[in-house]
Design a protein around this ligand. Sequence first.
Ligand code: ADP
Ligand code: MG
Length: 231
Amino acid sequence: MYNSLKEIKRQIKDSEKIILNDDNILSYGSNRICYFDEANPSQLIKIARHPENWVKDHRQSFSEWYISTSLVSREKDCRISHCQGWVRTNKGPGLVVDRIVDDHGQSVTLRKLLFRRELTVEQAVCLVENIVGNFFTNGIPASDFNIDNFVIEGEHTNKKLIMIDGFSPKKINLKTQLLLKSKTLSNCYTNRKWRRTKSRFTYCAQKVYAGDYRFAAATPLSDISNRSSGI
Ligand SMILES: Nc1ncnc2c1ncn2[C@@H]1O[C@H](COP(=O)(O)OP(=O)(O)O)[C@@H](O)[C@H]1O
Ligand SMILES: [Mg+2]
């Protein structure tokens, strides 16, 4: 864990400074902002919402990077957006990731697909369960199944979703290391996280499909037990 953070800091220090322009913002997440990288259109740079406190906002980025770089082969059909490394930017440290796009070069989330009624709620649940199956094969410990964390890749008729966030535990710690070492543990972890979110995910998908675009996505699982009421 300590070595991973050291490696991240080394990559940031060694990188040439990239200048990001707010016209190039693709999308906002709850902790991070995604910028197009003009020099590398097939990639995005994820920046902390609060650069002055980037370590906190990038916590998920650390573990995403860790899981992505620990995968034995990047060539396998693994339904995550791979992380390429860390860079220094005028907006603070950034995580470079592969940008997932459809056949028109757009990054379309599951939320949009549901809102546009390109997918039914049943199809969405089925596609996510398909990803869970893919994660079982590849030993990916995923934690945050919300409808903003899936983006369609390629032709829409193929219905191939990729998980772009939440395909790792919240932190890099001993548990994360153990999960990566054992597919049995990793599968139990992913299965438990999905089972615990499925009804909330389905409810959110139903609301969006019914026309309420802004309906809040599933609460990250780590927070569920601390909350007395949902939305
Ligand atoms: N690899 C990617 N390819 C395409 N779009 C992405 C990718 N990563 C993020 N996005 C878009 O940016 C949004 C926010 O990014 P995300 O990583 O989910 O941030 P947060 O952790 O703050 O939720 C996503 O909901 C999605 O719309
Ligand atoms: Mg997200």
